[in-house]
Unconditional design. Structure first.
Length: 309
């Protein structure tokens, strides 16, 4: 197992779905094949038990079993574990379990409540105190899901005051200016560098990279698109990176439909052989015959565009 995430971590840390059988049980054989699929596509890391991993629908025992299965299979890439919980005790217990199993860090979103930055700031101080200073933390900034906008100033202050907050999972929308603001705050040398990996399915990845992001921490059923685009960008082939990314934009956009997009992603992963069943755990989206026909047409068009590229 590789080491922990830090302030210089970059590349593509894919957000993993959690596969289920038709009757709603965790499909551990498909979890194995999904992890193998991600590794084959060249990802630098994997994040499990995130929002798109339906972590809130899993029992504590199931989440621990998923952690054990993934960390027992992964050898050479980092695994970040989402541990967001309403209760601080449950959060810290799950984080300790994940780190003891070999996780590279944990991801924490602001807990639900009034949209006050002093409350959010106090919460992260409490979280980091409960975790201890040796557990690297990813600050998950996803206001569209949490309902809690967080300013770049607060993110920077938390990362300065709590050195274990080494990474921002940036998925504010719109939020490109937040990346610029955070990078500008580092220029005078008074603040340490913060790793920034971006979400939102990668919809704005080329622009995010240009603003100073280090890569992506998101889900997409074509992870190689993210990997290759980020690699090309970091090599200085900016136009080639964006040209390649543009090939995938129609199907990426379709997969980013709020709520319903998880069903699309799982269906594509199934069609690509990564998982055996496209089921989400109830309550969750289900694909109609028309939905399936749309996705399959987009998949066919994507393959054709790749051949022409």
């Amino acid at each position: 197992m590789t080491g922990k995430i830090d302030r210089n971590t970059r590349g593509v840390n894919i957000i993993s779905a959690t596969p289920f059988t038709d009757n709603g049980e965790v499909d551990f054989n498909s979890l194995d094949s999904l992890i193998d699929f991600f590794i084959e596509k060249g990802v630098n890391g994997i994040t499990i038990l995130g929002m798109m991993g339906e972590a809130d629908k899993l029992t504590l025992e199931e989440r621990r079993a998923v952690i054990d299965r993934v960390l027992g299979r992964v050898k050479d890439i980092q695994v970040v574990v989402g541990v967001s919980e309403n209760g601080l005790g449950n959060l810290s217990d799950l984080a300790a379990y994940a780190m003891n199993a070999g996780a590279a860090g944990v991801m924490v979103a602001p807990v639900k409540g009034p949209a006050r930055e002093d409350r959010i700031e106090a919460y992260y101080h409490a979280v980091c105190s409960a975790l201890g200073p040796d557990v690297p933390v990813v600050f998950q900034d996803f206001p569209l899901a949490t309902g809690l906008p967080v300013s770049s100033t607060l993110i920077r202050r938390l990362s300065d005051d709590l050195p274990q907050i080494v990474m921002l999972k940036h998925e504010d929308w719109p939020g490109l200016s937040k990346i610029t603001a955070l990078r500008n705050m580092e220029e005078d040398g008074t603040s340490e560098r913060l790793s920034i990996l971006c979400g939102n399915g990668g919809l704005y990845l080329p622009q995010e990279l240009a603003r100073g992001a280090d890569g992506a921490m998101t889900g997409f059923a074509y992870p190689e698109a993210l990997v290759q685009s980020v690699d090309l960008y970091h090599k200085g082939d900016v136009e080639q990176a964006e040209d390649l990314f543009d090939v995938y934009l129609p199907i990426l956009r379709h997969e980013q439909q709020p709520g319903f997009g998880l069903g699309v992603r799982k269906y594509i992963l199934m069609k690509r052989g990564a998982i055996s069943c496209a089921a989400t755990r109830a309550p969750g989206p289900k694909m109609s015959a028309v939905d399936i026909a749309e996705v399959e047409r987009l998949m066919s068009r994507t393959e054709k565009r790749l051949e022409e590229h």
